[in-house]
Design a protein around this ligand. Structure first.
Ligand code: FAD
Length: 398
């Protein structure tokens, strides 16, 4: 495909789940959109617990009906203190019925979600895909010029940086990033089990990080096991039988006998926050805009809210004849995202630090906080609602 001589309204760089969702949302509101993303099979076995408005957003993008039957409902979330410390938190039990919902959300394999997004991206009008990489990105006064890796170039009034952690768009905009490596890594794999999960997700808090068992369709669950990097390497190197036993022991056999499925991936963990969300005709979404440890299933849910908010900002700009790449539009997008991203990054950082802390007062504070949430209904309901989506967020159709 070579439409490189054409000027677009929008160009989205990066075809991970956030970039695909942003490109579909922008094309759906009528913006002439280019997507620069290599067509390649999704490469790891992560799953996503889609919470709150994420499913409504995917429904509006006509993506959800394409993958709904391959997702598992999440109705209960349990937090279990498995630190073995002297001061331990009581078990906390969140149930969707308590806040009047049928489900908290759905857990889905990323490769299934991405293939539904790819399918919709291929069908939506106004979207032109370049199976390529962005080689250079140059913000100018009235456009952003992009040269493609293979050949050709294109331009747009606004570029969406959905190009992940090593974002070229972020660098081109001159946005610096605050990065903190965590001395933790997450091992991901899926298991089948002899007992049903009953749509309950269980998070065991260990002194090295959480180990979470999240329901998949049937008698299967996805596992995210956070530990110190050396321990994560050790777990990854175990035989299938050894890892099945280790996971069964970590889960206290709540799911009966476990059998690991083929495929393991290791993710070194970090917290990243750019100083700005948008600048110089470039707006950042997804992991280009925030990286968090996998606690509370927030990362992609925030990425989907980025996609929804940039589409809202562009729709309003186009409707009023405003330049969608103008500083005022970028500022509106940045203020829509700031509180959500900053508050969640902080909350997850504190939750993670309090778990790892060997300091007794910190452990007592954590135990007291979880005790309060577990025993005091209004606080528990508030925590559940805030965990799903920010309460101040207006719901808008897409
Ligand atoms: C272990 C683990 C478990 C998680 N669980 C959850 C969960 O339950 N719920 C949740 O909400 N989040 C979860 N997350 C977070 C979630 O996985 C990420 O937020 C999400 O995958 C990021 O998607 P993305 O599209 O922003 O980035 P990516 O998936 O990294 O996509 C970026 C894309 O851009 C492409 N790219 C880069 N540079 C260029 C270029 N120059 N030109 C063109 N393309 C380019 C890359 O090839 C890539 O395809 C988890 C994360 C981890 C590590």
């Amino acid at each position: 495909m070579n439409d490189a001589s054409i000027a677009y309204d929008m160009v989205v760089v990066g075809g991970g789940p956030t970039g695909l969702a942003a490109a579909i949302a922008l094309a759906q509101i009528g913006a002439r959109t280019a997507l620069i993303a290599r067509l390649a099979p999704y490469a790891d076995n992560r799953t996503t617990a889609l919470l709150g408005g994420s499913v409504d957003f995917l429904q509006g993008l006509e993506v959800w009906p394409r993958c709904r039957d391959k997702a598992a409902e999440l109705r209960v979330m349990r937090l279990v203190d498995d630190t073995g410390r002297l001061i331990r938190a009581p078990e906390v039990h969140f149930s969707c019925e308590e806040i009047g919902l049928d489900v908290f959300g759905y857990n889905i394999e990323n490769r299934v979600l991405v293939s539904a997004l790819e399918e919709r991206a291929a069908a939506v009008p106004n979207l032109t895909r370049f199976d390529d990489e962005a080689a250079t990105i140059s913000p100018e006064d009235e456009i952003v010029a992009i040269s493609l890796g293979t050949s050709g170039s294109l331009s747009a009034r606004l570029a969406i940086g959905a190009d992940g952690r090593q974002s070229l768009c972020r660098e081109a905009a001159g946005i610096t990033v605050h990065r903190r490596e965590l001395n933790q890594a997450a091992l991901t794999f899926n298991v089948s089990h002899s007992r049903p999960h009953r749509n309950v997700s269980t998070e065991f808090h260990t002194p090295q990080g959480p180990c979470v068992f999240v329901p998949l369709p049937g008698d299967r669950s996805s596992v995210v096991w956070v530990s110190a990097p050396k321990e994560a390497e050790r777990l990854r190197a175990l035989s299938d039988e050894e890892l099945s036993q280790a996971a069964e022991s970590q889960s206290h056999s709540i799911l009966g006998r476990l059998n690991v499925e083929p495929g393991r991936h290791l993710f070194p963990l970090a917290i990243e926050r750019p100083r700005q969300f948008a600048k110089a005709r470039i707006a950042l979404v997804g992991e280009a805009a925030h990286v968090l440890p996998p606690i509370g299933a927030q990362g992609l849910n925030m990425g989907l809210r980025d996609a929804a908010d940039i589409a809202d900002a562009v729709r309003d700009a186009l409707a009023s004849g405003e330049d969608p790449g103008a500083p005022a539009v970028l500022n509106r997008y940045a203020s829509a995202r700031r509180a959500d991203v900053v508050s969640r990054t902080l909350a997850i950082d504190i939750a993670n630090r309090s778990l790892l802390s060997a300091v007794l007062p910190m452990q007592s504070l954590r135990a007291a906080g979880l005790h309060l949430i577990g025993s005091f209904g209004p606080l528990r309901r508030l925590a559940m609602r805030e965990g799903l989506a920010p309460s101040w967020r207006a719901v808008r159709p897409h």
